[in-house]
Design a protein around this ligand. Structure first.
Ligand SMILES: [Fe+2]
Ligand SMILES: [Fe+2]
Length: 152
């Protein structure tokens, strides 16, 4: 199979980001709705956590092994440092959601994760990917080598 072009890889990454964003949003809405209607938060809270543990955090970890090291130099180095800090922040918020003992805390925590993740995604889509695509020494297709956590 030929190596995908930068544009094909960037499109796949952005499409996967949109899927992750929609899937997280759906589960956070389900948690909010459950709590609003007086149900126990646990089943919906577990569904949010299962998604974070099996999809979102593995996605972040895969980036730290591929596109982040490629961007961690020159003009994008500080951006990548800030984005790594956001990954750490997301991980801390996921731990907070896991430990949330009541419904209000669980909803607050899930909403914070959603807001943080959405602002993080726009940095990847609109700042980091264009910079990597403009760098002739970077091949996104080679870098990602079919990583399904990033390409979907
Ligand atoms: Fe990321
Ligand atoms: Fe990402």
């Amino acid at each position: 199979m030929p190596t995908p072009t930068d544009a094909e890889s960037a499109n796949a990454i952005r499409a996967h980001h949109a899927e992750l964003q929609a899937a997280l949003r759906e589960r956070v809405v389900a948690l909010t709705d459950a709590v609003r209607s007086g149900q126990a938060p646990q089943p919906a809270q577990s569904a949010v956590l299962a998604f974070l543990d099996t999809e979102l955090l593995p996605h972040a970890a895969a980036e730290e092994r591929s596109i982040y090291p490629a961007g961690d130099r020159g003009v994008t180095a500080m951006l990548v440092q800030a984005m790594l800090a956001e990954h750490r922040n997301l991980i801390a918020h996921v731990a907070g959601l896991r430990e949330s003992a009541d419904a209000i805390e669980a909803v607050g925590s899930a909403r914070a994760i959603q807001a943080l993740f959405e602002s993080h995604l726009s940095k990847e889509n609109d700042l980091l990917l264009p910079a990597l695509m403009a760098d002739p020494s970077v091949s996104l297709g080679k870098l990602l080598g079919g990583m399904h956590e990033i390409l979907g």
